[in-house]
Design a protein around this ligand. Structure first.
Ligand code: PAF
Length: 281
């Protein structure tokens, strides 16, 4: 596997593949890769001739009080893992490469409506940073397809919407959430958890499963949301939200609507903020 840090080297590799008529799949990441990321690489490998992964801890998607500085940076380990998974090329740019005018002065993309709620409401500006960096990566790599994890469900929907609205020639593919045996969704942030917090963390998935069950039994979605929030608080979490939304666009369901719903939770456990979701179909 080749690792490149600058744009000319990246473009040269991609040009060579395109000239041979090969398709390119992109897996954008912030590094500190785990089995969840590797499942995205595996999916890309089944759908594209060549797979490019990017590792870039994107400053514009972190709020001022968030974990940008302490976000784990493990490039050597990531390189070894990607090579083992059969990734063809790793793009690991510096901030100045992605933001030539500086991250503060960059062109910024805003995807309206779908970013007003949930993560967007609790992390102002987060999705502007995500949309901006993903659009830049699409322009740099010019992939035929790009794979994103369903774990970041709202992010996936924001990117789908951006691609459609800007007519970007990229097929967005979703890969299912990978979980530990006890149900906890794999995430780079899980390593911040103490042993005690790690033991509590699978409750998020358990509460999502209970939400799905209650909706299946015909309970009103607002009542189910309230019950989920109380359960999380009793278990020791500080929830930002426990929400039931239409999976298609994250809008609120109508009274009695049952099909095509998703449950989404964001909750803090000590200093760590965890998110997860579950499709109810
Ligand atoms: O999901 C992530 O790791 C990031 O939000 C992404 C898509 C790589 C953009 O920085």
């Amino acid at each position: 596997m080749q690792t490149v840090h600058d744009v000319p080297a990246l473009r040269a590799a991609i040009r060579g593949w395109h000239a041979q008529g090969q398709t390119v799949g992109l897996v954008p990441t912030m590094g500190n890769l785990h089995a969840g990321h590797f499942s995205l690489i595996k999916l890309a490998r089944t759908r594209a001739d060549r797979v490019v992964a990017s590792v870039f801890v994107n400053p514009t998607q972190f709020g001022p009080s968030e974990d940008f500085e302490r976000y784990p940076r493990t490039l050597g380990q990531d390189q070894a893992g990607l090579a083992e998974q059969g990734c063809d090329l790793l793009f690991a740019p510096e901030v100045a490469t992605m933001y030539p005018y500086g991250a503060q002065h960059s062109v910024s993309l805003h995807v309206p409506q779908i970013t007003d709620t949930l993560e967007g409401a609790h992390r102002p500006g987060h999705f502007d940073g995500v949309a901006t960096v993903v659009c830049k990566l699409f322009n740099l790599v010019q992939p035929d397809l790009a794979v994103f994890g369903q774990k970041d469900f709202q992010q996936l929907k924001v990117i789908e919407r951006m691609v459609r609205d800007l007519s970007l020639p990229v097929k967005v593919m979703a890969a299912p959430t990978q979980r530990a045996e006890d149900g906890l969704a794999l995430s780079s942030r899980n390593q911040y958890l103490s042993d005690e917090e790690r033991a509590l963390a699978p409750q998020i998935h358990a509460v999502l499963a209970q939400m799905r069950e209650l909706i299946g039994k015909g309970h009103a979605w607002r009542v189910v949301e309230q019950a989920a929030l109380s359960k999380l608080e009793r278990a020791g979490f500080e929830p930002d939200y426990a929400a039931i939304r239409r999976a298609a666009d994250l809008s609120e369901p109508a009274e009695g609507e049952r099909d095509g719903l998703v449950g989404l939770i964001a909750a803090r456990l000590g200093k760590t903020r965890l998110i997860d979701n579950l499709l109810f179909d």
